[in-house]
Design a protein around this ligand. Structure first.
Ligand SMILES: Nc1ncnc2c1ncn2[C@@H]1O[C@H](COP(=O)(O)OP(=O)(O)OP(=O)(O)O)[C@@H](O)[C@H]1O
Length: 444
């Protein structure tokens, strides 16, 4: 057989084309390379990842105590098939199986280490439309309304039109946006999201448009914004209803003329990105109340997809619950996790104000608490708040129960809202809104 030694460009082309995430670090744990699949799985752009400590970028379950890269560098041995999870750019946990290897130069000097990881959410390479109408990307549903949505998604994904995704928090708007991107012609270009509720006005413009060196105090170098990072991929505006009127003017220009100006540049740039937007708010009502520009609303509302809340598609609960149980069981090393029929009945009876995200978090907690590979009803009772004091469920007295759960979560995290939101299975911005709604001083 003729000898074959791949060139550097060939090696990087191979790394770019595989579906496993791969990154390398130097001996100080700074990321030195980050392949395309790593970007897709973690939601972090290569530019953001390079040069930063890997624990900051991946926020993995093993980072603090059992870092596999550290073990590999110390012992000089590769590791295989390690279960773990990362926290992606949206704050969601991504279960993975990873492997590590040491990197040496031609003389055998250690340069650092490499880690590869496989996304366990889906079998490799299935981010395209599935055969079955019960699924689209990572979304699954038996519900008729959802299936009608899945049926039109291939056409939506293939088009370049702006899509407005509406639905309560945790219904899967972010997952749907990624699925539309993954099933469309831009799937190999970046998917870049921005949570509009997470930034005040001054920062959101900087995040989106980027800035030139010297644009403001502290701008010691030029920085690309998310529009530029999206290239000819997809730019996803999450929580679009939370954008201020001032920023709406800038977004209108972006959507209308496809142009923007990085801060301090004075030059107009053009974007080729496709726009997707999501909101849990009723944008038309915001327009009527004078809090959202009508012209921007019409620019966004080209194709509208409304995701029904989980309580209106209870037929999905068993399948989703089992799927989450299997996924978290896999990470925790429990094969074939089952849900006891009484526990399943409890899940189906619940109203799920936090929708699929809340269900996902409850199942994760139950899998962690489980002593065997069966989830029993008692695993849901203490922490989940599935039952209020009268045992009537959250549907009745929801506010009181919600308020109590928020208080408990904030107490257990010492007031840390990000951590409390994670426990509750809702977005930080949703938690902040709820705290403001209760606004009686007891919750801070
Ligand atoms: N139909 C579904 N099938 C499988 N998983 C789902 C489905 N819908 C939502 N999920 C899961 O629920 C979680 C919440 O989804 P996502 O973040 O997309 O919700 P969202 O509507 O964007 O929430 P928010 O408005 O708070 O940002 C994710 O972890 C996602 O994987």
């Amino acid at each position: 057989m003729p000898s074959f030694s791949p060139t550097v460009s060939m090696t990087s082309a191979i790394l770019e084309s595989i579906s496993d995430g791969v990154f390398t670090v130097d001996e100080a744990w700074r990321i030195t390379s980050f392949n395309r699949a790593a970007e897709v799985i973690t939601g972090v752009n290569r530019e953001e990842a390079l040069g930063r400590p890997c624990s900051d970028v991946l926020r993995a379950s093993l980072c603090q105590s059992r870092c596999p890269l550290r073990r590999t560098l110390r012992q000089g041995n590769p590791l295989f098939d390690i279960p773990a999870w990362f926290v992606d750019s949206e704050g969601e946990r991504v279960p993975v199986r990873l492997a590590t290897a040491i990197l040496r130069d031609a003389e055998g000097k250690v340069l650092g280490a490499a880690e590869t990881f496989r996304d366990l959410r889906e079998p490799a390479g299935t981010n395209r439309i599935r055969e079955s109408i019960n699924c689209f990307g990572h979304l699954i549903s038996r519900n008729q309304k959802m299936q009608a949505i899945f049926a039109m998604l291939p056409k939506v994904a293939a088009s370049h039109s702006t899509v407005l995704i509406t639905g309560e928090s945790g219904t899967g708007k972010g997952v749907l946006a990624r699925a539309i991107h993954g099933a469309g012609p831009r799937c190999s270009a970046p998917f870049v999201g921005i949570n509009c509720a997470a930034f005040p006005d001054t920062l959101i413009e900087n995040e989106l448009f980027g800035h030139e060196k010297g644009a403001f105090t502290g701008a010691d170098r030029r920085r690309d914004g998310r529009i530029s990072q999206a290239g000819n991929g997809t730019l996803f505006f999450d929580e679009m209803g939370d954008v201020s009127l001032a920023v709406q003017v800038r977004l209108l220009r972006l959507l209308q003329e496809r142009t923007y100006e990085p801060l301090g540049s004075g030059f107009t740039q053009k974007t080729e990105a496709r726009f997707l937007a999501a909101t849990h708010q009723d944008l038309a009502a915001l327009v009527r109340g004078g809090r959202f520009r009508e012209d921007l609303f019409w620019r966004l509302d080209v194709i509208r997809i409304h995701l029904p809340p989980l309580r209106e598609r209870k037929e999905d609960i068993p399948e989703l619950a089992l799927r989450f149980a299997q996924r978290f069981g896999h990470v925790a090393g429990h094969a074939d996790v089952r849900i006891h029929p009484a526990a399943m009945a409890q899940l189906v009876a619940h109203d799920w104000p936090g929708n699929v995200r809340e269900l996902e978090n409850r199942i994760e907690r139950a899998v962690v608490l489980a002593d065997s590979n069966e989830i029993l009803p008692e695993y849901f009772i203490p922490a989940s708040g599935l039952n209020d004091e009268k045992g009537q469920g959250l549907a009745s007295g929801r506010d009181a129960a919600e308020r109590r759960m928020i208080l408990e979560a904030l107490t257990s995290t010492g007031g840390n809202r990000t951590a409390a939101a994670k426990i509750l299975g809702i977005h930080r911005s949703t938690l902040i809104r709820k705290i403001a709604r209760f606004g009686d001083g007891a919750i801070k």
